[in-house]
Design a protein around this ligand. Structure first.
Ligand code: PRP
Length: 218
């Protein structure tokens, strides 16, 4: 056991990380150090299980995993699709469920139907491009924004947006509606391709344990 190397987890900061830690705890993987919210430490270790954990910005998680700086990552499917990194997606963790949608004022529905040249604002330009160009065969102008994307149609920057809808309340409060659903989303576990081979037994055991815990929740 003692010659085992550390397996490193990269977790997307925020709500997903909290839910991931709770799930890991259910399968006997704890990291006490990480619960101290006042700490400025970036990397946490469980010596007994030979595991390391770090938190990063969501979009960086697939990057750490692709380059092998982390063996395993937990991040939203939205980011996996947008970043399109060479990693294995091994498990749907079930939480963080929401959907990627085309949204806008009700009136923009006509523009979509008639495949007009429209402006699409999004924090997810790759997902928007893939959807409009490859799935719908519609030429559009994609404008990258970094947040509060719902402003796009309200202030006249764009006709529609491509964004995450969870409860739908942000849309509702801003007089916008879901026009088309692109794909359902949730938190996913990803694995570095080399780690999956070199540490196959350990990683598979871990995946199976977590999978059983996720399935037990239904
Ligand atoms: C996300 C998303 C929507 C909102 C959807 O934004 O971009 O704006 O949540 O949630 P709802 O359907 O439950 O209202 P986030 O809070 O991450 O902030 P951002 O706009 O700065 O990206």
């Amino acid at each position: 056991m003692s010659n085992e190397r550390y397996l490193t987890f990269a977790l997307a900061k925020g709500r997903l990380a909290e839910k991931t830690l709770a799930l890991l705890e259910e399968v006997g993987i704890t990291c006490e150090e990480m619960k101290d919210k006042s700490s400025r430490k970036l990397i946490f270790v469980n010596e007994e299980l030979k595991l390391k954990f770090f938190l990063s910005k969501g979009p960086d998680v697939p990057t750490y995993v692709e380059y092998g700086a982390a063996d395993i990552g937990v991040v939203g499917a939205d980011i996996i699709l947008e970043e399109n990194r060479r990693v294995y997606e091994v498990l749907d963790l079930g939480f963080g469920a929401c959907r990627m949608c085309v949204c806008g004022p009700e009136s923009a529905g006509e523009l979509l139907k008639h495949h007009e040249m429209i402006r699409v604002a999004s924090k997810y330009p790759e997902i928007a491009k893939n959807y409009f160009y490859n799935q719908k065969n519609q030429t559009v102008d994609i404008i990258k924004l970094n947040g509060s994307v719902e402003l796009g149609p309200i202030v006249g920057l764009s006709d529609v947006i491509v964004d995450i809808v969870e409860t739908g309340s942000t849309l509702k409060e801003n007089g916008l509606v879901v026009l088309e659903t692109i794909t359902p989303l949730s938190a996913r576990m990803i694995v570095n391709q080399v780690s999956m081979q070199m540490e196959s037994a350990r990683i598979k055991e871990l995946i199976n344990k977590i999978k059983a815990a996720v399935e037990a929740k239904g």
